[in-house]
Design a protein around this ligand. Structure first.
Ligand code: C2E
Ligand code: CA
Ligand code: CA
Length: 575
């Protein structure tokens, strides 16, 4: 059988009419058409169920059916099949009804020849093709071919109705790719796009035919599982997805790994309406992310309240920069021996219009999750650098400003250049800026970190490992990395006097820093005794409430002045 032939099912109960048309179509179309002729609707319906046709050519007055009913019976079997009506009936009212019922064309037997029928057939197929394309665009994601948001919502509504009727469970999954943004930013959008396509294929492979897989946008996918017998059915699919995604995806010769965070909610167990269901799945997905990513979590009721707060905070945070609600506090750093002011750590604060001061411990993780961290970091750098520059211009003794860098930020492409530019923009020498980076951020990709650190160092920017001791503390990378300072985490300092383990850890870190010729600073020093302990162990710098709390810039200037007073007092008494 020729693949390119147009297969037509021709329904005509008048044998003479049929023979004339078949012959004339053959004359015009040569071998273009393959035509099956039947005399009744009943026969036609059997044929349509048995095989594929490109078009139906039908007379509407048959022995077993008449008019629009013929059309509807055909559409019941395949509502996307183009139908061209060929009739002896020349009545405008009928023509309109037939066209409204979805026929592509209405031809009058008395006015057509083979050429006209052939043209009508070709047009009808072409038009149906375009219609299909348009409806495809409206319902499917053009990148992955998966359902889009609109189709997903439609399928979800229908699934819920069906579930009610059949007393079945529907599972809704939200899937977010954990490191997709990094890949997209560093490898380019083409690679990102291809990755999404591959992920779409993997998700499809993990589900059954009747399930709906959709891409809602970006790296957000949803899966609708119908006919779920028990909760375990949903976990099974989630586990399959996790297993599938363990395998790397190769694009342009690169092996890429993306892990999914999956949130699952069940209808009607968790929620009884569509909107709540979507929110619950989203909340469960965030829980999966918070549980360390690359895992799945089911929705639980306590997530809702938490989610509401979070959504509100996220919305507020978006406006915080424009509304001038962010500010920096500065906490002094001193040498332990002679209590010399050697620097300050810039610590962000959010003065919320209604809620008052919000701790960065609350909003920085949220900012990281939502990507707002990029704007926030940019603001912090601009503010901290310009403050340091201002202080120097005002004649205060130059010192180093420490800025915290989120792991997310550290892994941005060209972060070294970006940071350097920001410092230079503020008319500041790079040696007056120190970055505080956690171990976690550094060991995520050791080779890459190494390059970034060397590049930063080459430009004169100092590096401190923040919260040291809480993470990997692996000697192998410590030796390799271009570091300046280890900052002993405050959790060890807090119990230094009571907990011998903590005391031992702090002692070991100080010794380690010395052997690596790194500077060492203790944070969270709250008492004189702690400071004394650190001094005895050879720690040279400290930061903490005992020495100075984080304060606004104006208040911080007092510290310079105290120092200057001492200095001028000393000079005066000498002179
Ligand atoms: P971190 O970098 O470990 O900052 C030290 C935290 O300890 C600060 O809390 C500081 O106020 C607090 N602290 C200092 N001395 C003492 C002390 O003697 N006792 C006690 N109990 N606490 C002390 P803060 O300002 O709430 O910041 C919390 C975390 O938020 C920071 O931890 C840092 O990870 C993050 N953060 C703050 N500002 C920024 C920023 O501008 N960018 C980024 N990415 N993260 C920031
Ligand atoms: Ca810090
Ligand atoms: Ca710290």
């Amino acid at each position: 059988m020729n693949q390119n032939k147009i297969k037509i099912l021709y329904i005509e109960d008048n044998v003479v009419d049929a023979q004339i048309l078949i012959k004339s179509l053959k004359d015009v179309g040569k071998d273009k058409y393959e035509l099956d002729w039947v005399e009744t609707l009943a026969e036609a319906l059997i044929k349509l169920k048995q095989q594929h046709y490109d078009l139906v050519l039908a007379d509407l007055y048959l022995s077993d059916a008449e008019g629009v009913n013929v059309l509807m019976s055909i559409q019941d079997i395949d509502n996307r099949l183009p139908i061209v009506v060929i009739s002896g009936e020349d009545d405008d009212a009928i023509v309109i009804r037939v066209m409204k019922a979805g026929a592509q064309d209405y031809l009058l037997k008395s006015k057509v020849d083979g050429y006209l029928v052939s043209r009508a057939v070709d047009y009808a197929i072409e038009r149906k093709h375009i219609e299909k394309g348009l409806s495809f665009l409206a319902q499917y994601d053009s990148l992955t071919g998966l359902a889009n948001r609109a189709l997903f919502r439609e399928r979800l509504s229908r699934a819920l109705i069906r579930a009610d009727r059949n007393k079945k469970i529907v599972a809704l999954m939200f899937i977010d790719l954990d490191r997709f943004k990094n890949i997209n930013d560093s490898m380019g959008h083409d690679v990102g796009d291809e990755l999404l396509v591959e992920v779409g294929k993997k998700l499809t492979a993990c589900t059954r035919e009747g399930d709906t897989i959709a891409r809602l946008g970006g790296d957000e996918f949803t899966i609708l599982l119908e006919d779920v017998a028990c909760i375990d059915d949903a976990s099974l699919v989630a586990r399959k997805i996790l297993a599938q995604m363990q395998e790397p995806i190769t694009i342009n010769g690169f092996e890429l790994y993306v892990s999914p965070s999956i949130g699952i909610t069940l209808y009607p167990i968790d929620n009884n309406n569509e909107k709540d269901l979507l929110r619950s799945a989203d909340a469960a997905m965030y829980k999966a992310k918070a549980s360390g990513r690359n895992c799945y979590r089911f929705y639980t009721a306590d997530l809702n309240e938490h989610l509401q707060e979070k959504v509100e905070m996220e919305n507020n945070l978006r406006c915080a920069i424009e509304n001038d609600e962010l500010l920096l506090y500065y906490q002094p750093k001193f040498t332990i021996d002679n209590r010399e002011l050697i620097g300050a750590e810039a610590l962000i604060r959010w003065r919320h219009a209604n809620k008052g001061m919000i701790s960065p411990a609350l909003f920085i993780p949220l900012a990281e999750e939502t990507g707002l961290i990029h704007d926030i970091t940019e603001w912090v750098f601009a503010e901290a650098c310009s403050q340091n520059s201002k202080w120097q211009l005002a004649g205060f003794p130059p010192f180093r400003m420490s800025i915290n860098l989120s792991p997310k930020q550290f892994n941005q492409p060209n972060i070294d250049q970006t940071i350097f530019n920001r410092i230079v923009c503020a008319d500041l020498a790079p040696k007056y800026i120190e970055l505080e980076i956690t171990e976690g951020a550094l060991v995520e990709d050791v080779e890459k970190s190494n390059d970034i650190l060397h590049s930063l160092k080459k430009r004169g920017i100092m590096i401190s490992v923040d919260d040291f001791g809480t993470g990997y503390s692996s000697l192998s990378y410590l030796k390799k990395f271009a570091l300046d300072t280890l900052k002993i985490d405050q959790s060890f300092v807090r119990d230094i006097m009571e907990d011998s383990d903590d005391a031992a850890i702090v002692t070991a870190i100080i010794a380690l820093a010395k052997s690596l010729r790194l500077n060492v600073i203790a944070e969270g020093v709250e008492t004189k005794e702690q400071l004394e302990f650190l001094r005895q162990k050879g720690c040279n710098q400290a930061q903490g409430y005992y020495l100075g709390k984080p304060v606004p810039a104006k208040e911080f200037e007092q510290l310079f002045l105290e120092k200057n007073d001492e200095l001028s007092f000393g000079l005066a008494s000498n002179g």
